[in-house]
Design a protein around this ligand. Structure first.
Ligand code: RB5
Length: 146
């Protein structure tokens, strides 16, 4: 499994926590920043991260900003991205099983690092169930190709 990790300045601390977690989990990942001294623009990190998931270079993306909202909106502009903004463990599980989410967005100003670690662990360990969910996911993805 290969994961790409990105944040703006609002998500930098949590991104560093999650990088440590991925190391502990022995998951291969690339951290594309930001190396934020001041403030940066979240689309400059969220869009490239999503592009590299959508291209197949990475299996999953994790994108973090202050709220997770800017990053999730940015990532979902990329064709092939299914980015879920998640701040609870139940949704982390459900979005992998039901939506086949390939990118996880979180907000550093919304949740603490302990919960974020549980969310990431759950997101990366659950699998897409297909079945009754497949038609729904296929409809979402077909809309992008119109
Ligand atoms: C940056 O201040 C903040 O707007 C950003 O991190 C994010 O929360 C946007 O959605």
């Amino acid at each position: 499994m290969r994961v790409i990790l990105a944040s703006d300045h609002g998500g930098q601390n949590l991104r560093e926590d999650i990088a440590n977690l991925l190391e502990e989990m022995n998951i291969e990942f690339e951290d594309i920043g930001c190396d934020c001294e001041g403030s940066v623009d979240y689309p400059d990190y969220g869009i490239p991260a999503a592009e590299r998931v959508a291209s197949g270079e990475f299996d999953f993306g994790i994108v973090i900003c202050g709220t997770g909202i800017g990053m999730s909106i940015s990532a979902n502009k990329v064709k092939g991205a299914r980015c879920a903004l998640v701040h609870d463990v139940f949704s982390a599980k459900a979005t992998r099983q039901h939506n086949d989410a390939n990118i996880l967005a979180m907000g550093e100003r919304v949740i603490g690092p302990g919960l974020a670690r549980e969310i990431v662990t759950t997101f990366l360990s659950e699998s897409y169930e297909g079945g009754r969910h497949a038609n729904r996911v296929e409809k979402m993805m077909a809309y992008e190709n119109q």
